[in-house]
Design a protein around this ligand. Sequence first.
Ligand code: NAD
Length: 296
Amino acid sequence: ITNNVGFIGLGNMGSHMANHLAKQGRKLKVFDVVADAAKSVPGAIVCKTPQEAATDVSVVFTMLPDGNVVKDTVLRNEGIAKGIKKDALMIDCSTIEPTTAKELHTIAKDNGYRFIDCPVSGGVTGAAAGTLTYMIGGDIKDVDTARQYLLQAGKNIFHCGGPGAGQVAKLCNNLILGVTMAGTAESMNMGLKYGLDPKVLTDIINVSTGRSWSSETYNPHPGILPNVPSSKNYDGGFMVKLIAKDLGLAEGAALAANAPVPMTAAVHQLYRAMMNHGLGDKDFSVIYQFLQGKKF
Ligand code: NAD
């Protein structure tokens, strides 16, 4: 029975993660509100409810858009809490507010199952390659239980502390991501206006002090890197509405801790404005074309 895994939320990230688990011998029970998404894992049992996907499994993964959806997926009629067996482990890999993660820890305790908050970093390229980084909040013995599953879809595991600590670490990372992508985009746009070759400019940045994941691994100029969203019409990847969500969560968490986050606040509003220009479902590197003044 330790081989049985529930997986709920098979979008841009979850579908890759679930496929890695299936390819390495786990028997998967999957659920997604979008029927086609649920069919993305060959050999998996497609379930009609989260309850069904959580029944008779040792571990249930969730990879869902936000905290409200995760909580609803746990508590709703035919939700996870109704199906999960005693002492089974729920691993939430979604990026959600640390306060909601803490609530989910309490709900798990009250219902006799185990829970870790376990957001990931690495993007869709990392998910596809199986090299994700996990940031975990919760009990060390639950981290140890999770390890063998997590390593099948990722590479680095960090136990950050108690309930919610994984989410705090994730928000600390993602606020840098939002800022560096905006910075890379505005820098390259300025260079192009002066006639610089975007490939040469990228090569310079990537061996200089302006280098970041956004310039090196996820460059926003189409055609510099073959397999990133900017080279695929900014489709797939990490949607504008999701980075905007994360930056909002980071601002909220920072406010509660009395930590000033002026850069986060500025780029948060930029991505929000992009959503109002119809770019919510595009990859966040589309900020480059937004700054170029492209009409969408
Ligand atoms: P996505 O929107 O592509 O996937 C979410 C999936 O959940 C979709 O298939 C959707 O149909 C499904 N879903 C929505 N509501 C549901 C419900 N009530 N019940 C069951 N399924 C439901 O998003 P994603 O890019 O895969 O991101 C998922 C999470 O991971 C988010 O919290 C995001 O912030 C985080 N994340 C994303 C990336 C990235 O690069 N895309 C990287 C790290 C973390």
